[in-house]
Design a protein around this ligand. Structure first.
Ligand code: SAM
Length: 373
């Protein structure tokens, strides 16, 4: 692996800091490494196998350190990963994007293991960094590790900003949101930067948005690449109850209308970069889709509007026209297909051509930079 955790073009100042603040000092004895090939998790316990633990700590992979908001016990993986040590190459990429300079004041939201808070503290001084972590036990463990590593960085237990330490020049967030809390924007000085993983709710693919606070108090900026983070704890949800949309097992609802589409499953929901589904999610708010049921060359995908009980079902086959059913006031599939075709007609623009404008009240607008912009 060349570069810093495989990332090229990182300044010497960060190379020195990563050498001085080793990741292993911030990882717990029991952790669950993520395996990108299998998409699953293994378990490693330092007390049982210190050599394997060291090997895993040195891998460029995310390490889950808490499941199910801490309710999970034992060594088997739990259901939902709720705290982790981020993948090191992602940590490096984010620090590059954040462009932290000596003298900056930094808010690091989603402290987790404390490693990113320590790296930032090494760059600008612990007195200039405030960490925010929603889970009291995770926060307490991070405080201990930061102290032992020689940083007295304050870690606040909470889920927003921290006014007493404001204004900040940089805000880094290491979980995904569908709404930017107003406090982050309010507490950032004009010209300051927020780096936030954005989740549309439509797909697992998220994108990092780099927002700059402007004179008018709005935060504006473009997406800078796709990422995968756990959701902000208070913003999870949006899981539809199938029965509320489809009360009968044997009949479609009375207002069902039928049509066909030529959109294929792989180009909409399975494209290698996930850009199609991310863009559809940006343009069609509050729509989610179910995991696909597969059978005999067909994938059945349910789309649910979270605003009302409108829905669509598409029977995707490998070839030919796909059967579509829709019901409710909102024509969910028409919106999804419209957004997908809009993206295709513009030559499948990558996420960097899109951006957000965020207001202090949490309102936001999605924008697209055409060829001229
Ligand atoms: C991916 S982990 C953090 C990674 C961390 N920076 C590291 O590398 O160790 C995300 C953390 O954000 C915390 N979190 C989730 N939602 C939060 C919220 N709304 N406010 C503050 N912390 C939150 C979780 O408890 C978890 O510890």
């Amino acid at each position: 692996m060349t570069g810093l955790w495989g990332v090229e073009g990182v300044g010497a100042e960060w190379e020195e800091i990563f050498a001085r603040v080793p990741r292993a000092e911030f990882l717990p004895d029991l952790m669950w490494p993520f395996d990108e090939r299998s998409g699953g998790y293994s378990v490693v316990n330092r007390a049982e196998d210190p050599v394997e633990w060291e090997r895993q700590a040195g891998r460029n992979a995310a390490m889950v350190t808490q499941w199910d908001d801490g309710r999970h016990e034992g060594r088997e993986p739990g259901e939902v990963p709720t705290s982790s040590g981020s993948k090191p190459s992602l940590v490096v990429r984010m620090l590059q994007e954040l462009d932290v300079r000596p003298g900056h004041r930094v808010l690091d939201v989603g402290v987790g293991t404390g490693w990113t808070t320590a790296l930032l503290s090494a760059r600008v001084g612990a007195a200039n960094v405030v960490g925010v972590e929603i889970d009291p036990e995770v926060a307490e463990a991070a405080r201990g590790r930061l102290r032992r590593a020689g940083f007295g960085t304050p870690v606040v237990t909470g889920d927003g900003g921290w006014a007493a330490g404001a204004p900040y020049d940089r805000v880094q967030v290491t979980f995904a949101v569908r709404r930017v809390p107003g406090a982050w924007v309010e507490q950032t000085r004009v010209g300051g930067v927020l780096l936030v993983p954005w989740d549309t709710g439509f797909t697992d693919v998220q994108a990092l948005v780099r927002l700059t606070v402007e004179e008018d108090g709005l935060a504006r900026g473009a997406f800078v690449g796709t990422v995968g983070f756990m959701m902000s704890r208070p913003q999870r949800g949006g899981v539809p109850v199938h029965r509320e949309y489809f009360p009968s097992d044997v009949e479609w609802p009375d207002d069902t209308v039928e049509s066909v589409t030529e959109v294929r499953h792989d180009e909409l929901l399975d494209d290698p970069y996930g850009t199609a589904a991310f863009v559809v999610g940006l343009r069609v708010p509050e729509v989610v889709h179910s995991a696909t049921a597969e059978g005999e060359g067909m994938r059945v995908v349910y789309f649910y509007s979270l605003r009302c009980r409108s829905w669509a079902v598409v029977f995707f086959q490998e070839e030919g026209r796909q059967r579509v059913l829709q019901g409710g006031k909102r024509r969910v599939w028409d919106e999804v297909e419209g957004a997908f075709r809009w993206w295709m007609e513009r030559g499948r623009p990558e996420v960097g051509r899109f951006g957000l404008t965020v207001r202090v009240d949490g309102g936001r607008e999605v924008w697209f930079r055409g060829c001229g912009g």
